[in-house]
Design a protein around this ligand. Structure first.
Ligand SMILES: NC(=O)C1=CN([C@@H]2O[C@H](COP(=O)(O)OP(=O)(O)OC[C@H]3O[C@@H](n4cnc5c(N)ncnc54)[C@H](O)[C@@H]3O)[C@@H](O)[C@H]2O)C=CC1
Ligand SMILES: C[C@@H](CO)CCC[C@@H](C)[C@H]1CC[C@H]2[C@@H]3[C@H](O)CC4=CC(=O)CC[C@]4(C)[C@H]3CC[C@]12C
Length: 422
């Protein structure tokens, strides 16, 4: 009862002192002031007072989760997946710079869905959202490899934002933090070294120059180093990081951009990358499922999972970036022309460099950034595939969606959002 009141009415004025009784008899704790109240909520949440957890037989629905970036491509899937597959959920806080209108429809269900418009770079906003949550799933981030945002902003959101989330957990006593990292913290590196069927322990020379992978690598390091820090109340913080490869599925903006580009060119796309360059891709529903499982198991298997990284993987086939996209765009009426790249590689390098130069010259006036630049060309042109079972061994992960299901759902999404090219 008290936990509910504390976490739901954060802005309400509080009485100066509070006594906590179990079964209306024994006084367990007396607290004064705001800070004490949050500590109290935390201690109850952490199971220090099992009598209270059992009170009102609310055992089944007692957890409070926070998803940062919950209105993004991945975040929305995590939010929906939690509502479907986490029966212990009592409240789901969705924190994002831009809240989606679809959140409204979720507010009528049995779980309290709290939409919080906020900015991860603002420490006080993050702390207010985190206070009283059991688990934080931190997916918010600036995903920009096209040079639309300044390196400083990328750093601020991805690194400082993550630091703010960690500090908020420590200050408010939240013990479980799941961070959405990226395969990009490993590679591909700027030397173009292939990472072929690698796992979490495969040695690889990770060299980052681009602001996005630099920021993800720094943020991941912060999260992993925070594992074991004492949070308010004295218990240790348990953190881990998930590293998706290229995510696809319903809501994938780059897939939509390729589709629109194909439509503009009369239903044709031109091969730019050799078919032999393989990319790891993973379906968004399976990435979301991994987040739900990790969040669920982090408490029970803290010693094993704390401070660990996990690649996100499923049964999606290894293909080149373009051939993989054609698995969805083909059935929507597009064709990929050429069994080999139409332009020689040196010309692509030149075009990519030209794009980068133009972007630099026209900044900050350039409104749309081209997809081709030296960094995206290097990533697209380097094999990076993952083969691992670490997630299965550590927390029993098995993909929730088969490749066929993932493919069908993605095709349906492209067809329904954009109409067919046929
Ligand atoms: N899309 C992909 O292929 C991959 C994405 N990731 C990671 O997954 C996470 C989610 O990525 P996507 O869903 O693809 O991106 P997205 O751009 O669709 O979602 C990110 C969300 O974070 C929110 N956000 C951005 N700045 C914020 C701020 N200052 N405060 C609060 N919210 C803010 C955005 O409004 C957005 O809703 C990111 O951390 C990204 O680095 C990792 C690997 C692959
Ligand atoms: C040369 C072009 C001709 O068609 C093709 C350009 C494709 C690129 C835009 C994409 C190729 C690989 C993608 C990246 C990869 O999937 C890994 C990623 C992980 C993340 O964490 C964020 C997104 C991305 C960097 C993804 C971005 C788009 C590509 C570079």
């Amino acid at each position: 009862m008290l936990t509910v009141a504390a976490s739901r009415n954060r802005s309400a004025p509080w009485p100066p002192a509070l006594s906590l009784r179990a079964s209306g008899q024994q006084t367990l704790l007396r607290v004064t002031g705001d800070w004490g109240r949050w500590q109290l909520a935390t201690q109850v949440n952490q199971g220090l007072f099992p009598q209270l957890d059992m009170a009102g037989s609310e055992q089944a629905q007692k957890l409070v989760y926070l998803v940062t970036g919950g209105c993004g491509f991945l975040g929305e899937h995590v939010v929906r997946m939690l509502l479907q597959h986490e029966p212990r959920l009592r409240e789901l806080r969705v924190f994002d710079l831009h809240l989606g209108p679809w959140l409204e429809e979720l507010k009528t269900g049995p779980v309290q869905v709290t939409a919080i418009q906020g900015d991860v770079t603002q420490a006080h906003e993050v702390a207010a959202a985190v206070a009283g949550a059991h688990v934080v799933i931190h997916t918010a981030g600036l995903v920009d490899v096209f040079g639309r945002t300044s390196p400083e902003t990328i750093h601020k959101v991805n690194v400082q934002g993550t630091q703010n989330v960690i500090e908020a957990c420590v200050q408010t006593g939240t013990r479980f933090l799941v961070y959405t990292s990226s395969m990009e913290v490993v590679g591909p590196n700027i030397k173009g070294h292939p990472f072929y069927r690698g796992n979490e322990d495969t040695p690889y020379e990770a060299v980052h120059k681009h602001p996005y992978p630099c920021s993800k690598a720094l943020a991941e390091q912060l999260v992993l180093e925070a594992n074991g820090r004492k949070v308010c109340g004295g218990l240790p913080l348990v953190t881990c990081a998930l590293r998706p490869t290229g995510i696809y599925g319903e809501g994938h903006q780059i897939m939509r951009d390729f589709y629109r580009q194909g439509l503009r060119m009369g239903g044709r796309l031109f091969r730019a990358i050799p078919a032999s360059v393989e990319h790891g891709r993973v379906y968004v529903g399976n990435v979301a499922w991994m987040h739900v499982l990790v969040a669920r198991e982090l408490e029970r298997r803290a010693a094993l999972m704390g401070g660990q990284v996990y690649f996100c993987y499923d049964h999606s086939p290894y293909k080149s970036y373009e051939d993989f996209n054609m698995e969805f765009l083909g059935p929507c009426g597009l064709q990929l022309l050429g069994t080999r790249p139409l332009l020689p590689y040196w010309l692509l390098v030149l075009l990519a460099a030209l794009n980068a130069l133009l972007q630099w010259l026209l900044r900050p006036r350039l409104l749309s950034a081209p997809m081709l630049n030296p960094y995206t060309l290097a990533v697209a042109n380097t094999t990076f595939t993952v083969s691992t079972d670490k997630a299965q061994r550590h927390f029993g992960y098995k993909p929730l969606f088969s490749w066929e299901e993932s493919r069908t759902r993605t095709i349906l999404w492209v067809q329904t959002t954009e109409g067919s090219a046929r």
